[in-house]
Design a protein around this ligand. Structure first.
Ligand code: SF4
Length: 215
């Protein structure tokens, strides 16, 4: 049987810039392709191109780096059906695996050992209609829900969704400002004023290196 293949945009070693794993050395496996077009997307270069790699070749490339912490990202990694066997193979290899996904595609088949970082797209993304609400039922305490917010309207929408869907306490919740649209300090003030039990996230890799690919 031939090994599954995936279109890979890049595999690189850096510090995790987001989520509760921020600051930890991590190998990133960025898959090519995404069916969404968020207006503030900062990885549009991953929409096309890339290199076709077999699953064993991906595992070998990951293993070259000095950490077992792996983040599978995109693009939208779940847009490739072989993302699921990749996630399972990474777990079987003893890796601590997280998956960054748009929240628009079904996460029910993701290996339960994987920590799912699931976006909930706010209106300012231009893709709010793509939220697959059934995904919320699969969130567990070792997953995280991420809301990227462009303005006060996005923030108010986010707070309403968290309350309406009973999401607070289900898993860690991340709120991140859109760079250049919403000041992190402003979002921090709103979170504090509302007493929200969420984590403010700023993208560490951009503070360290700016908007540089492969970092
Ligand atoms: S889902 Fe992610 S990769 Fe796709 S357009 Fe939105 S931000 Fe970009």
């Amino acid at each position: 049987m031939t090994a599954p293949t995936l279109k890979i945009s890049e595999i690189f070693y850096s510090l995790q810039g987001e989520t509760s794993r921020t600051g930890l050395p991590t190998v990133f496996v960025r898959l090519t392709g995404c069916p969404l077009r968020c207006v503030w997307c900062d990885t549009a270069y991953s929409f096309s191109g890339g290199t076709l790699m077999s699953l064993p070749a991906i595992l070998a490339e990951v293993a070259r780096h000095p950490t077992k912490r792996v983040c599978v990202s995109g693009g939208e990694p779940l847009a490739q059906k072989n993302c699921l066997p990749l996630l399972t193979a990474l777990c079987d290899a003893g890796c601590d695996v997280s998956l960054e996904t748009s929240g628009a595609l079904d996460v029910s088949g993701v290996d339960p050992r994987v920590s799912k970082i699931v976006d909930l797209k706010a209106p300012g993304s231009g893709e709010v209609e793509r939220n697959l609400w059934s995904n919320l039922q699969y969130l567990t305490p070792h997953d995280e829900l991420k809301l990227v917010l462009a303005d006060r309207a996005d923030y108010d929408w986010a707070v309403a969704q968290l309350r309406q869907h009973g999401l607070i306490g289900r898993c860690p919740i991340l709120m991140a400002p859109v760079q250049g649209s919403l000041e992190p300090g402003t979002l921090a003030d709103w979170i504090l004023a509302d007493g929200l039990p969420v984590r403010l996230q700023v993208q560490l890799h951009k503070l360290l290196w700016g908007n540089m690919r492969g970092k």
